[in-house]
Every structure is written in C-alpha cells, then in structure tokens.
Design a protein around this ligand. Structure first.
Ligand code: APR
Ligand code: ZN
Length: 375
C-alpha cells in the first residue's frame, strides 16, 4: 500500500498564467490530520480553470494544480478522518460542508466558510501544501486540484458517492451540472407551468433547462448567440430558441413580447453583465425572478433601473446551485442512477491527461459541453 508514503504521479501543472499546462511527474505528500488523499480517475475542465489559467483571476496563484470537477477513489485518509475510508468513491467539492459553521447551520445558504481563507490562499487548512514538482511546492486550487492523478483535500470537502456510479460521468456533478440544476430547483424554485428563459446554452445553462423541465415549466426559452447550440438543447428541455443576433430590438424586449409581459424565471449562465441585465429585465412585472449563475470577470458591475425591482422583479444568485455539497452530491448521483438526472449527455469528448490543453481549446471554441479527462 502507498499509505503514509509520498506518491509520485502525473499531473497537469500550471506554471504560470497564459501558458499551456504541462504534464509533469509530481510528488504528492500523504494526507495530514483531517485530510484525504484521492486517486483521481476523471475530471471535467471548467471555465474557472480557464479563467485562472488565462490570468484573469487577480488572486490566481502559480505554480498550481487546477481542476475542480473530479471523481476518484480514496487512497488513504489522515488522522481523525471518520466520514470516508480507503476505497470509497468520492467527488471533491470546492464548496465544503463542515456542518459546524454558521453558514452550514443556516438552511438559507450552502457557502460553508470553514476553510475559505486557506482555500483561497491555495493551501491546505493547516497552511501548507501537499504537491511538489522539481523541488518546488505547487499551490492547491479551489480545495480540489483534480488535474493530478492524486490529490489531497480536506475531509469536509469530500462527498462519498455510490460506488456503482461511473466516475467518468458523475465527476461532472462536482460543478457545472449541479450548479445549473440547483439554480432552477433550489434558488429559483421553479413551479409547474412557469415560463423560463436561460441565457447561455453551455453545460450550466442546459442543466438549468433540465431543472426547469423537472419542475414542470411550460416554456423554456434558450438564448444563445451560437445557433449550433439549439439542436442539442432540445434534449435538455429547451422548447423555444432566441438568437440575439437575429433581432434588432434589445433581447429583453424580444422575450417580453414573446411571453405576454415577461418570464416567471430567468437565468444568466454566461458571466456577462450585459446579459445579466437583459435577463433581469426580461422578467415579468410583479413576480419575475432572475438568477445569476455565470461568473463575471473580476471588477465588473451590474446595473439596471431600480424601478425594475420596485415593480416586483427579484435579482438573485447562487454558487453550486445552492446545494449543501456533502449532503447533496451523493443524492444527485442517486438521481443520475435512477435516470432522473441526465449526465452522460453533457460529455462531448473524452481525452487523456496528456491532451488536457485540447480540452481548454474545445471549451474556448464552444465545441464541447464538457470534455472529461481520463486520468
Ligand atoms: N448572448 C447569448 N449567449 C451568449 C453570449 C451572449 N452575449 N455570450 C456567450 N453566449 C453563449 C455561448 O455561445 C455559449 O453557448 O453562452 C454559452 C456559454 O456556455 P459555455 O461557454 O459552455 O459555459 P458553461 O460551462 O455553461 O458555463 C457558463 O458559468 O461557470 C460559469 O461564468 C462561468 O462563463 C461560465 C458560465
Ligand atoms: Zn461550514
């Protein structure tokens, strides 16, 4: 067994911003107290990884190991770990769930704050790192660092899932799919018969559509400037399509006209402050709610006329779909197993770790809902 030993394995290392990842042999230290070492089998590649790699995150730390949409098997656990054991199938969660902090105790949020500071600083909760390459320590990322064949995460960041679930699929429940699906079900609480509109038909927006359909929405309008997205979107529940490029009028006006005064629920899944405004203003007077899911670039600000809110529209947002991670991810996996939740359909490509930069290219080109990396 490798328990207690340093493991040498392959990882995609981000040495500096704006440079492709390079595959390196790295050393992964054993898990400390309250930590778990995971053999990562699969990982998705998501926008936050690209955003950090492209140098847009002013708090990005290099060199580091990116990746936050992974699935794997527990290799060993540190002292005091009780909730998972060697051999368990797990999904690392970038929002942990300590079950002790005031955020965890509140039913109103999933934003556990227990390790927020150290996670943001790219280190384990004790302030140190577990990765080394060429004698240099590497920063952790989002408390997960799944672009490595082995990673070390805090116990409170690990969701134990059904072993019969294919990790090469359910790894995607570590971010994008859960985020969109939960935004519809937990944040908006879409009701049967509702009219919904979703801006951005990537994985996140399509997962929103799937949640709206699950809730019984009568109309789900997909808004995207890439018409190629429309065909695939149908299978996730999108009923109507609007391409802003086909219209002279502001897109919110187009949607309001289509829906007898606006939508009950709208969702922004792009990360653009202009479309965030459009999504809010496409809501019905008196009750329409708009949920921001896309992450805007650092320093950006949203705006609208306050009259939009005075007249009853509501502006909201969530991270990770409002799911309390360790409690919910295992249930989402069960929902996938019972075919209530689609996951396979989000996997456009599968690539080996050695091709991970191609996954970033495919994402930037809008050609992939998700590329899953087979570690
Ligand atoms: N209007 C309409 N659609 C747009 C616009 C726009 N101005 N700009 C981009 N889009 C569409 C793209 O064509 C694409 O289909 O938005 C979609 C975004 O999808 P992806 O790039 O696949 O992103 P996804 O993985 O779904 O994540 C969405 O959520 O993770 C956050 O902020 C992050 O930008 C990311 C967003
Ligand atoms: Zn907590």
């Amino acid at each position: 067994s490798t328990k207690g030993q340093v493991i040498t394995c392959k990882a995609a290392v981000a040495w500096e911003a704006k440079k492709p990842l390079t595959i390196e042999d790295i050393e992964v230290a054993p898990p400390g107290p309250g930590e778990v070492r995971i053999k990562v089998l699969s990982t998705g590649v998501c926008h936050t990884d690209a955003y950090t790699l492209d140098g847009f995150d002013p708090e990005g730390l290099f060199p580091c190991i990116l990746g936050h949409e992974g699935g794997g098997i527990v290799e060993s656990v540190g002292v005091g770990v009780t909730s998972v054991a060697e051999g368990d199938h797990v999904i690392p969660c970038y929002i942990p769930q300590c079950k002790e902090c005031k955020f965890c105790k509140s039913t109103k949020t999933n934003l556990c704050q227990k390790v927020r500071t150290t996670q943001g600083a790219g280190v384990m909760p004790d302030g140190t790192k577990r990765f080394k390459c060429k004698g240099q320590e590497l920063y952790h990322f989002m408390g997960t660092s799944t672009f490595s064949q082995y990673t070390v995460v805090a116990e409170i960041s690990v969701a134990k899932v059904n072993e019969s679930a294919p990790l090469e699929k359910v790894c995607l429940l570590g971010c994008g799919i859960s985020t969109g699906y939960g935004a519809a079900l937990n944040t908006a609480k879409v009701e049967a018969g509702s009219t919904c509109a979703v801006w951005g038909l990537g994985a996140v927006g399509l997962a929103v559509a799937m949640g709206c359909r699950q809730a019984g929405a009568a109309k789900i309008i997909g808004v995207d400037i890439n018409a190629d997205k429309f065909e695939v979107a149908k299978q996730f529940g999108v009923t109507d399509f609007v391409n802003p490029k086909d219209h002279e009028k502001p897109i919110q006006q187009v949607i309001v006209d289509m829906t007898d005064g606006g939508c009950d629920y709208t969702f922004e899944c792009i990360g653009n402050v202009g479309t965030m405004r459009a999504a809010l203003e496409a809501c019905h007077k008196g009750w329409g709610q708009s949920v921001i899911i896309g992450v805007a670039a650092s320093g950006q600000e949203i705006s609208t006329r306050p009259f939009q809110l005075v007249t009853g529209r509501v502006w909201k947002g969530t991270a990770f779909g409002g799911w309390k991670s360790r409690d919910s991810v295992p249930k989402l996996v069960e929902d996938y197993m019972s075919k209530k939740l689609m996951v396979d359909e989000f996997v456009t490509f599968v690539k080996p770790l050695s091709d991970i930069n191609t996954a970033f290219d495919l994402m930037h080109q809008g050609k992939a809902l998700r590329t899953v990396i087979d570690m």
